[in-house]
Design a protein around this ligand. Structure first.
Ligand code: HEM
Length: 450
């Protein structure tokens, strides 16, 4: 007679021996057919189990199974790129909700904004969160760029990822700028007028470009429709695609730059294939005296076997837990801002009445400050185009392999001068300018526009 009370013996290569443990009478939902049809991976707290969990889960699969331990330190990246990714996700979710209640026509856009305040569940809060997340994203992306620069993380093999990053910055600015027009109030109308007028100063192509962007002589229905299409379709798709490539390359380039030595550049510099392992054509010891094998010894008698130290840790749970905490913190901050401060909504757009001062959004107000001093071609076109060209060329022009600040004095000094100039111009334009672009300290009257 067979013993029916005994549990079946686990298969030899079973990854989940506990599934075959004698039943305690409790129903384990993780063993149910439904659960296992969704999560195919075994739930085992062993290195192999964790690896399988990552391989077989589409979301965990975005991450490598293991990452260098230094990635866990906050000072590796201050998590700025990750925070920007979370902000982008918040913008997508809140943006879709706003789309439910918004029609991009000059006759209805402003009314839709007013209805969000009172007639739509959580309408005002979602609009506030969307607006503050957008401002924060511009800020975080700029600080991320500066952090990457100061860490020397744009050097080989990461040059092209820096270039992709510059593309992401341009798209982020485009996102905020096109979104600025959508409420169709005085603030948005005149800020976009200031911005689009600059395009006319592009040599030769200025008039054609401005016409393409705003769809006529003046900002109107065609402009609103174009900005809306760019804002909800073209830019999100472009940003998502570039971001995928960006994060994929962060992974392929081995995450953090190592500190204290010449970093990944040094590794790559000694390897002409930059990451590709090329078998040597000549043995490394070609000139060394010849050595003959005289005998084979037991493994036990080998006393000096060297194992390279494994500095990697499992992504799940170590990195993932940190990312969840940072994501929740980011959500809390934008929610807090959304509850505390309402997104502005001025009077309906009026092309016949120019508000004083008509300020561009804060991230363009530094340019507006320059425009008040220099020729529009210089301040509005040559300076911003020059900055973008310098940023794009930087990793190819800066041939110094060092990543530590004390060995990169020239690059760090020049970049710091550029950054401090941009920040100073932005602060003056945003806080110290009033009607007629006159100097008015913020403690007398604040003309800050957000
Ligand atoms: C939408 C904007 C952006 C997003 C969402 C983003 C996202 C990320 C993420 C998630 C990382 C991994 C490390 C981290 O969490 O910080 C990263 C790293 C990196 N980013 Fe960005 N990024 C953006 C813009 C930029 C810009 C503007 C630049 C520079 C021009 C840039 C250059 C880089 C480089 C070179 C790395 C690798 C750094 C390293 O390995 O230490 N990114 N980015």
């Amino acid at each position: 007679m067979s013993d029916t009370s005994a549990s079946p013996a686990p298969p030899a290569d079973d990854l989940e021996p506990q599934r075959h443990a004698p039943s305690t009478g409790r129903i384990r939902w993780r063993d149910s057919e439904a659960w296992r049809s969704v999560f195919r991976h075994p739930h085992l707290d062993t290195p192999r189990g964790r690896a399988l969990q990552s391989f077989s889960n589409v979301f965990l699969h975005v991450y490598p199974v293991k990452v260098p331990a230094r990635v866990l330190k906050n000072r590796y990246s201050w998590r700025l790129g990750f925070i920007a990714t979370v902000l982008f996700t918040i913008l997508l979710v809140t943006g879709v909700y706003l789309m439910f209640f918004y029609t991009p026509t000059v006759t209805s856009a402003y009314g839709d904004m007013q209805r969000l305040r009172t007639g739509v569940g959580f309408g005002q809060l979602v609009r506030n969160v969307h607006r503050w997340a957008a401002h924060l994203m511009v800020l975080v992306v700029i600080v991320h760029l500066a952090r990457v620069f100061f860490a020397g993380a744009y050097k080989r093999p990461r040059q092209f990822n820096w270039v992709i990053g510059v593309g992401l910055l341009a798209i982020t600015l485009g996102f905020s700028f096109t979104g600025y027009l959508l409420p169709w109030d005085q603030l948005s109308y005149w800020a976009v007028t200031v911005g689009t007028n600059l395009v006319s100063y592009v040599p030769l192509l200025g008039a054609a470009l401005r016409d393409l962007l705003i769809g006529g002589e003046q900002i109107g229905q065609a402009t609103l429709q174009r900005f809306y299409a760019l804002h909800v379709a073209v830019l999100p798709v472009s940003l998502a695609v570039l971001l995928l490539v960006h994060i994929w390359r962060v992974r392929k380039d081995g995450f953090a730059v190592r500190r204290g030595d010449a970093g990944s550049f040094a590794e790559a510099a000694s390897d002409p294939g930059a990451g590709v392992i090329v078998p040597p054509t000549t043995p490394a010891n070609a000139d060394a005296p010849r050595v003959r094998l005289l005998g084979v010894v037991d493994q036990e008698s080998v006393t000096a076997a060297e194992h390279p130290a494994d500095d990697t840790v499992f992504t799940w749970p170590h990195l993932l837990v940190r990312h969840v905490v940072v994501a929740l913190g980011t959500v809390a901050v934008v929610l807090g801002l959304g509850v505390a401060f309402a997104a502005p909504l001025r009077a309906i757009a009026d092309p016949s009445h120019t508000p004083e001062p008509a300020k561009a959004p804060w991230y363009f107000v530094g340019l507006q400050e320059l425009l008040s001093k220099f020729d529009p071609l210089v301040a509005g076109i040559l300076v911003p185009a020059g900055v973008f060209i310098i940023l794009l060329a930087l990793p190819y022009v800066d041939r110094n392999p060092a990543t530590e600040a004390r060995r990169r004095k020239v690059a760090i000094t020049l970049f710091t001068i550029m950054l401090v100039t941009a920040v100073t111009l932005t602060i003056i334009g945003a806080l110290f300018r009033g009607p007629g672009w006159k100097f008015i300290p913020p403690w007398q009257h604040s003309y800050l526009e957000l």
